[in-house]
Write a protein that binds this ligand. Structure first.
Ligand code: KIV
Length: 269
């Protein structure tokens, strides 16, 4: 299933990815043509009501991966490895990654560049497909000093390119960029041999991902922000407003990604 998707992406078809945390939405999203269901640790915020992703556990990820797999048996499922499940040693990372695969994931996502390359290589060598998440990495929100665009300077953009290339050398199947200048993400996409997925990273990526709640205009804030104080991220778009039904909103998102009409410049940096 993953190989078929990678072949399509290699032939130039854009990949439409959305986060998904349960069986009902998994079914709906799969029927609407979403290529990849991301069981994101963003569930910490949008399902569990936390301020960030840091307290999401392996048990949470296993549970939600199982639910999504129950709802969509013929769609690629990517599961986030939660904070603390892979950074410390690669043997633990492999055990946890294999547990997510056993729960129904086809590929796991880990955050970080240089210092995570050997972990990615170890997972791949042991048969676990990996997506590398670069740019703004939510599990490092405290270290990064908040939600900040990454790769804005020439030097940091070069480091990001080198990280992406090292990850591809290590065998990852995809690279995801979050909050990266559009020109930087497009340049890296042209210089690595695997599909890239963007969120706040411009239209030059091979595909796009959005948090499902953002697509549906559900902006209820987070644990540390009341709804009236919460500002939706620049890269979010409420597709439901125009669509009239949840199913149609997702279909519209998929079509917009495939046609290259989403994201627009106003969603990018
Ligand atoms: O957890 C998540 O939803 C993610 C996306 C923001 C890419 O990692």
């Amino acid at each position: 299933m993953l190989n078929t998707l990678l072949t399509k992406a290699g032939a130039g078809e854009k990949i439409a990815m959305l986060t998904c945390y349960d069986a009902t939405f998994a079914k709906l999203l799969a029927l609407a043509g979403v290529d990849v269901l991301l069981v994101g640790d963003s569930l910490g915020m949008v399902v569990q009501g936390a301020a960030n992703t840091l307290d999401v556990t392996m048990q949470d990820m296993i549970y939600h991966t199982r639910l999504v797999a129950k709802g969509a048996s013929a769609t690629v499922i990517m599961s986030d490895m939660p904070a603390g499940s892979y950074e410390h040693d690669k043997t633990t990372a492999l055990t946890n990654a294999q547990t997510l695969i056993a729960a129904g994931a086809h590929i796991v996502k880990i955050e970080g560049g240089g210092d995570m390359v050997e972990t990615a290589r170890y997972l791949v060598e042991n048969g676990v497909p990996v997506c590398a998440h670069l740019g703004f990495t939510p599990q490092s929100v405290e270290k990064l000093g908040g939600y900040k665009i990454q790769g804005k300077t020439e030097e940091s953009a070069q480091i990001m390119l080198a990280d992406a290339q090292a990850m591809v050398q290590a065998g990852v199947d995809m690279v995801l960029f979050e909050m990266v200048p559009a020109a930087v993400a497009a340049h890296i996409t042209q210089h690595i041999g695997v599909p890239t997925i963007g969120i706040g990273a411009g239209a030059g990526c091979s595909g796009q991902v959005m948090v499902l709640q953002d697509l549906l205009g559900i902006y209820t804030g987070t644990a540390d922000k009341a709804p009236q104080d919460y500002k939706a991220p620049r890269f979010a778009q409420n597709f439901l407003q125009q669509a009239g039904s949840v199913q149609q909103a997702v279909v519209d998102y998929v079509q917009a990604v495939k046609a290259g009409s989403f994201p627009e410049d106003r969603h990018s940096y």
